[in-house]
Design a protein. Structure first.
Length: 384
């Protein structure tokens, strides 16, 4: 059975990180989200893949190639305009024949979710959808069931109307008939997969209670990274150079050629990408630091995402903690996000960055500046 993995989207709520990379290529434990999805499918016994790509697709195709590194076969279908999940699945039609499993390339699920869908498809035929429990079902597609049959799927309903914890986990089992169904359905300008499969007759649910991690907002990248590292001893490459007077507290992930200077402390929940340097006496905690970034001497960086090739100056403070954020007009309170500093940014020494601050790509922050709020790409911030 082939797996069709949907990886065409940008992820607008994750800007500035997704201005230069598609959402499925955001790093979790120093590996792209999409790589975690691929490996879960492999563990479930899938060996043939169709990646539906679109936005910045070269980043995906260059990383995965034809799949040889994972001992699988990967083909690519292109979604030139992002018109929803149903439209994305339609792009895979020339590449599949018979039954297949389809899933999102930006959600981490354990192999049991994929196996449950595959088994359900093989045993009973007809469409199958994985469902799981979450704390805030109103943020997703809420699923009502009658036994193993799906009765309804309601996308992001008002919280007061929700009577179940089950949601659509985004893992489906289909056969060729789904393509005709998709062509017959159009919703709000997008081909909606949920509208199509509810017209297919009996839609069966495959319930699982295992790992299901979604990266919808910037702060999710931190929590999902920490969750992915939790329970493991972390990963440190042989080329990482950690000074004997530095402190590493697992679980952390250190990429190739990472340099951790004397007195520095790298604390749990942190991933340091390739060629990252952590200066003397710096503290980095619950952070995702992308490749080629530099954290200066004495800097404190907590609950923070640091973009590629970015410099955080000496003695700069990202204190971390809870923040209030507005994303696409929705207010979020109590989210754990110290800051996001985009790619190729430069933060001068002694700066102070307030919780919830988002600095765009190519921003420049003058030494000693206190920064708060959302700063657009390419902005230069000076002391007032």
């Amino acid at each position: 059975m082939k797996a069709v993995i949907l990886a065409a989207g940008e992820g607008r709520r994750l800007r500035p990180l997704t201005r230069t990379r598609p959402k499925p290529m955001l790093p979790i434990a120093n590996r792209p989200l999409l790589e975690h999805v691929l490996e879960a499918c492999c563990e479930a016994g899938v060996e043939e893949f169709v990646f539906v790509v679109g936005y910045n697709r070269e980043r995906i195709q260059n990383h995965f190639g034809d799949g040889d590194e994972w001992d699988v076969d990967i083909e690519y279908a292109t979604q030139h305009k992002q018109l929803g999940t149903g439209h994305a699945i339609l792009q895979a039609e020339p590449y599949v024949n018979g039954e297949f499993v389809a899933l999102n390339g930006d959600r981490i699920v354990e192999p049991s979710a994929i196996s449950a869908v595959v088994d359900g498809q093989r045993e009973r035929g007809g469409p199958v959808m994985a469902i799981t429990r979450v704390e805030r079902p109103e943020d997703y597609g809420v699923v009502e069931t009658d036994g193993q049959e799906v009765v309804s799927i309601t996308e992001k309903p008002p919280a007061w109307t929700v009577t179940t914890e089950f949601i659509n986990a985004g893992v489906y089992g289909f056969d060729q008939s789904v393509f005709d169904l998709l062509r017959s359905v159009e919703s709000d300008g997008e081909l909606a997969i949920t509208a199509a499969i509810q017209q297919a007759g009996t839609l069966r649910a495959a319930t699982f209670d295992g790992l299901w991690l979604d990266v919808s907002n910037l702060w999710d990248l931190l929590s999902v990274n920490a969750r992915s590292l939790d329970g493991f001893a972390g990963t440190t490459t042989e080329s990482a150079d950690v000074h004997e007077e530095a402190t590493i507290v697992d679980p952390v992930a250190l990429g190739s050629d990472v340099r951790v200077r004397p007195g520095a402390r790298v604390l749990p929940g942190t991933s340091l990408g390739d060629n990252v340097e952590i200066g003397s006496n710096a503290v980095v905690s619950n952070a995702v630091v992308l490749a080629d970034a530099t954290i200066g001497d004495g800097a404190v960086v907590r609950d923070c995402i640091v973009g590629e090739n970015t410099v955080i100056g000496a003695n700069t403070t990202v204190a971390g903690g809870d923040a209030e954020m507005v994303v696409d007009g929705t207010f979020h309170e109590g989210v754990r996000l110290g800051s996001v500093v985009g790619d190729n940014a430069s933060v001068g020494g002694g700066a102070t960055i307030a919780p919830g601050t988002v600095l765009g790509n190519d921003t420049i922050v003058e030494s000693g500046t206190a920064v708060d709020g959302r700063i657009d790409d390419g902005t230069e911030v000076r002391r007032g």
